[in-house]
Write a protein that binds this ligand. Structure first.
Ligand SMILES: Nc1ncnc2c1ncn2[C@@H]1O[C@H](COP(=O)(O)OP(=O)(O)OP(=O)(O)O)[C@@H](O)[C@H]1O
Ligand SMILES: [Mg+2]
Length: 249
């Protein structure tokens, strides 16, 4: 039996009286692309925070590469190979693009074992992302789309095995979204990563992933192949109904 890259069992996250994540399960094999969709406030980002150790679940279990990391702090998740981006890009405005990526690589030096397919140095990462021409530009001065790529680069520099992407296609043009979907597939195919991608139901994305997890009010509403999930009446009512035009465009 193969050990999943990441497994979450019955994860519950509460903020005071609010249960933001309410018993969610997710198992991700190596080299798999999973999309998480759901209406605003469904608990998607909070679930990521649990998967990366930034919030401690009130209940549930988190296992990374077979190691139980439940209730461990974020740096333990990072060292085990979980990397994430943030819904609001967090780049260091004054650092150059290359320095930002180097920062991640230095962190990776602390990891016991980098994944075999990892990109080895800053130029390799910038090349992979198509950012080589911007190496010496301050991160704050590149376009928002390139800041998104840079954030992915900083995550890749930590040599992850699981990459968590929180709405990295938000605000991008259609062509840029297609480019992002291609890049994410290359992360899976060329870097052997498992990728969990939170994004609204963009058709191009649903075409790109193996599996979709639909969250609604903190709970799993549906999970399965994109074509099946997109036809699920409950999903259509809770979510796709509002964005159906976008989903089909
Ligand atoms: N740090 C926090 N403290 C208190 N409540 C929070 C916190 N973070 C999130 N919440 C609440 O938890 C619920 C889930 O929020 P979350 O950001 O995870 O949703 P989401 O699915 O990512 O939504 P969106 O599509 O808008 O990004 C919301 O009701 C939100 O207001
Ligand atoms: Mg969110």
């Amino acid at each position: 039996m193969t050990v999943p890259a990441l497994a979450a069992h019955g994860v519950v996250v509460r903020f005071g009286g609010l249960t933001a994540v309410d018993g969610v399960d997710l198992e991700i094999e190596d080299r798999t692309l999973v999309d998480i969709i759901g209406p605003n406030g469904a608990g998607k980002t909070t679930f990521f925070s649990a998967l990366s150790g930034l919030v401690t679940p009130a209940a549930g279990r988190l296992v990374v590469g077979g190691a139980d990391l439940t209730r461990k702090p974020a740096h333990v998740f990072a060292r085990a190979g979980v990397a994430r981006t943030f819904q609001t890009p967090r780049v260091f405005a004054d650092m150059t693009v290359a320095e930002s990526v180097r920062f991640g690589l230095e962190f990776a030096g602390h990891r016991r074992r980098a994944e075999r397919a990892s990109l080895a140095d800053v130029p390799a990462i910038l090349d992979f992302l198509g950012l080589a021409d911007f190496a010496s530009v301050p991160a704050g001065a590149v376009t928002p789309a390139r800041q998104r790529l840079l954030e992915i680069g900083m995550a890749l520099a930590t040599r992850p095995r699981v990459l968590l992407l929180d709405e990295v296609a938000a605000g991008l043009t259609e062509a840029e979204v297609r480019g992002m979907a291609r890049l994410v597939r290359r992360c899976r195919d060329e870097l052997a990563l498992s990728v969990v991608w939170i994004e609204h139901a963009v058709a191009v994305l649903l075409d790109a992933v193996e599996r979709v997890l639909v969250l609604h009010q903190g709970k799993t509403l549906a999970e399965g192949a994109p074509a099946v999930v997109a036809r699920d009446p409950e999903v259509i009512e809770a979510y796709l109904g509002q964005g159906a035009g976008e989903a089909r465009s």
